[in-house]
Design a protein around this ligand. Structure first.
Ligand SMILES: Cc1ncc(COP(=O)(O)O)c(C=O)c1O
Length: 218
């Protein structure tokens, strides 16, 4: 188990490890916006998996749909935004189909323990630990400000996720090229701070004959 800064960080780490520009990522329709945004930074191609009032439709996972997919992002418990809970038989069918077609499932489960009726359904992880990355969070059961989440992954992916967590500045070059260039960023911030630096230096000057105020250059 890897501890994360909320499950939002887990989503980011998963994206870093598994998504390249153009990678196919399967998502429910609709799906959790925060995950789509975390994944989008790494420029995947999203493919929608059909859903109905019970949630994901396992039979929609045809070999054409799943071909080349990096993973399926699934929210079986009280899905955000629909609130749907995937019935047991669909969970079993989904895991079986994904296994058959070699599709990794990313199971996002921050709401699993919030059932009003107390009954809990088995996680997808429990049905196939080798084919599921599972994310949990204390945000909904304790306090969101704690930023405490966790991710459980098969060993080789766990290792990669740890590496990604240890290198938080690892951003893909293509995404980086969209950032402001250094001279612009420097120019902008120095344009704001330069007048106040000049002001501080000149107001300090008459105060003492024993020391000199030097206007900082940066
Ligand atoms: C489905 C889902 N996943 C992940 C998160 C992020 O939770 P955390 O506060 O643990 O980062 C949320 C938050 O609303 C969510 O609804």
């Amino acid at each position: 188990m890897l501890i994360t800064t909320g499950s939002q960080q887990a989503l980011d780490l998963i994206a870093k490890v598994l998504i390249d520009p153009g990678s196919k990522v399967l998502v429910e329709t609709p799906s959790y916006l925060g995950a789509l945004q975390a994944f989008s930074l790494f420029e995947p191609e999203f493919t929608s998996v059909p859903t109905d009032e019970k949630g994901l439709q396992p039979e929609a996972l045809t070999s054409e749909l799943t071909a080349g997919a990096r993973f399926l992002y699934a929210l079986p418990n009280f899905q955000n935004p629909t609130g749907r809970r995937l019935p047991l038989e669909r969970r079993e069918a989904l895991v079986a189909r994904a296994k058959e077609q070699g599709v990794l499932i990313v199971e996002d489960d921050p709401y699993g323990e919030l059932s009003y009726t107390g009954d809990q359904l088995p996680t997808l992880l429990s049905m196939n630990p080798d084919g599921v990355i599972y994310m949990g969070s204390f945000s909904k059961i304790l306090a969101p400000g704690l930023r405490l989440g966790f991710v459980i992954a098969p060993p080789e992916l766990h290792f990669k996720l740890c590496q990604a967590k240890q290198r938080p500045t690892c951003i893909r070059r293509r995404s980086r090229s969209a950032w402001p260039t250094r001279p612009c960023a420097t120019g902008c911030s120095s344009a704001i701070s330069r007048p106040s630096a000049n002001c501080t230096a000149s107001s300090a000057r008459p105060c003492s004959t024993h020391w000199r105020a030097t206007c900082p250059r940066a």
